[in-house]
Design a protein around this ligand. Structure first.
Ligand SMILES: O=P(O)(O)OC[C@H]1O[C@H](O)[C@H](O)[C@@H](O)[C@@H]1O
Length: 290
């Protein structure tokens, strides 16, 4: 049977969630996504009405200056503690502007440098996040431009929390054979072991020069393919029960309900000369249940 024809239209509504402005995108086929202007943070993606694919912590804070736990945090201009800035940079802490939600399928959010960003980083930049719905697909596109007159560098990630109904039986394929840095073990280098990733206990890995495609299975949902362009590395994270208990915005046992598959560029910072731009895209695509 051929797929239903895709009509190239999208409905955009400005809504409030937890008292903060969000944009809801709804496609003809009923697929939807929600994006908070706080951090240009995708908080929901349902490729089919009622089938949520992203995890959002019930205890997440949506207040300015804090990061939303779950969804797709935009990590920029510094990944984790790899530099002098606050962990994961400031992009996820600040309010972005909606600049375009009128073309067919993409909503675009922008963050420009100014007093709020200069408090963290002197660079002149613009960042744009595009969020696009297509059948069974969510595409998130991060573009960074050097708007200043000196070169600077950055690291970045789309820190995607994928919803699972329990960690037992969940696997992430596509990284078999890839060596990684084990951030849960002082960043020590580990060889690829030829196996898909399973989750039991804390797992925090950076796979350099390994951008997938990845395949999430066992979430009690159809399999999900994760592909990246522009991002060179992949980060995989779940805090495990012990670390999760110390994370204030995760409730009891909540670590069982997500795995993070992050399209990232971390190991080799990107250097942008004045006027130069960089682009990284992560695409999530639901595959037919096998
Ligand atoms: O708690 P956050 O600041 O959001 O960071 C959550 C996690 O992000 C990444 O996945 C890092 O690899 C982890 O080391 C970190 O703990």
């Amino acid at each position: 049977m051929s797929p239903a024809p895709w009509r190239d239209t999208m409905r955009f509504e400005q809504i409030e969630h937890k008292g903060r402005p969000h944009l809801r995108l709804t496609a003809d086929d009923g697929a939807s996504a929600e994006v908070s202007l706080h951090g240009a943070h995708v908080t929901s993606w349902q490729p089919t009405p009622g089938r949520e694919r992203l995890y959002l912590s019930p205890n997440a804070s949506h207040a300015t200056g804090t990061a939303i736990r779950g969804g797709i945090p935009v990590v920029f201009p510094q990944f984790a503690g790899r530099g002098p800035m606050i962990k994961h940079g400031f992009a996820r802490l600040l309010d972005w502007r909606l600049i375009n939600a009128s073309n067919a399928r993409t909503a675009i959010f922008e963050l420009n440098d100014g007093p709020a960003t200069h408090a963290y980083w002197p660079a002149r930049f613009s960042a744009r996040l595009g969020v696009t719905l297509a059948p069974a697909t969510l595409e998130v596109d991060l573009e960074i431009v050097n708007e200043g007159d000196a070169a600077w560098d950055f690291t970045a990630a789309l820190h995607t929390y994928l919803r699972v109904s329990g960690l037992a039986g969940v696997s992430l394929g596509g990284l078999e054979g890839a060596p990684y840095f084990d951030s849960a073990n002082h960043g020590s280098r580990a060889p690829g072991d030829g196996k898909v990733v399973h989750f039991s206990g804390e797992l925090d890995r950076i796979y350099p020069d390994a951008a997938g495609p990845l395949l999430l299975r066992g979430a009690n949902l159809p399999p999900l393919e994760i592909t990246a362009r522009g991002f060179r590395d992949t980060v995989v994270w779940n805090p495990g029960a012990h670390l999760a208990a110390s994370i204030a915005d995760l409730g009891d046992g909540e670590h069982e309900h997500f795995v993070c598959a992050e399209s990232a560029t971390v190991i080799e910072p990107v250097t942008l000369a004045p006027g130069e731009r960089w682009r990284g895209t992560q695409r999530l695509r639901e595959l037919p249940a096998s």
